[in-house]
Ligand binder design. Structure first.
Ligand code: 5GP
Ligand code: ZN
Length: 112
C-alpha cells in the first residue's frame, strides 16, 4: 500500500469505483474516463509501480491479470477487445500502480 497512490485508495475502498471483479489478488473496475463503450482496468491489490518494475516473482499475478481480461470482457458482453499496459512516462503511464486497460464495445479503436 502506498499512501499517495490513487489505485491503492481504490483497492482500500477509500475512493469509490465501479467494481466489476474482486478476489484476494486483483480488482477490476470501470475507467473513470472511458474512451470506448466498455473500458475497464484490471489492477493488482499489491502496489507495484509498473510493468518495468516486475520480475519473475510477479509471473503468476501477471498471468492471472491477462487471463482475467477475456473472462471479464465476456461478462461485459464483448466478443473481442484490446488490452493495453502503459509502462513508464515514456509509455504514457499516468497512474504508477500497474494496471491493464481492457477496451471494447463497438467504438472506434485507434489502428495501432
Ligand atoms: P494510464 O495512462 O496510467 O495507463 O491510465 C490511467 C487510467 O486511470 C486513465 O485511463 C484514467 O482515466 C484512469 N483513472 C485515473 N484516476 C481514476 C480514478 O480515480 N478512478 C477510475 N475508475 N479511473 C481512474
Ligand atoms: Zn498503489
Amino acid at each position: 500500500m502506498s499512501t499517495d497512490c490513487i489505485f491503492c485508495k481504490i483497492v482500500q475502498g477509500d475512493i469509490p469505483s465501479k467494481r466489476i471483479y474482486e478476489d484476494d489478488d486483483v480488482i477490476a473496475f470501470h475507467d473513470i474516463h472511458p474512451i470506448t463503450k466498455v473500458h475497464f482496468l484490471i489492477v493488482p491489490k499489491q502496489h507495484i509501480e509498473s510493468l518495468i518494475s516486475c520480475g519473475s516473482q510477479h509471473q503468476a499475478l501477471l498471468g492471472k491479470m491477462l487471463l482475467l481480461a477475456p473472462e471479464l470482457a465476456k461478462q461485459q458482453g464483448l466478443t473481442g477487445f484490446r488490452t493495453m499496459i502503459n509502462t513508464g512516462r515514456e509509455g504514457g503511464q499516468e497512474v504508477f500502480h500497474i494496471h491493464m486497460h481492457v477496451f471494447g464495445g463497438g467504438n472506434t479503436l485507434p489502428k495501432t
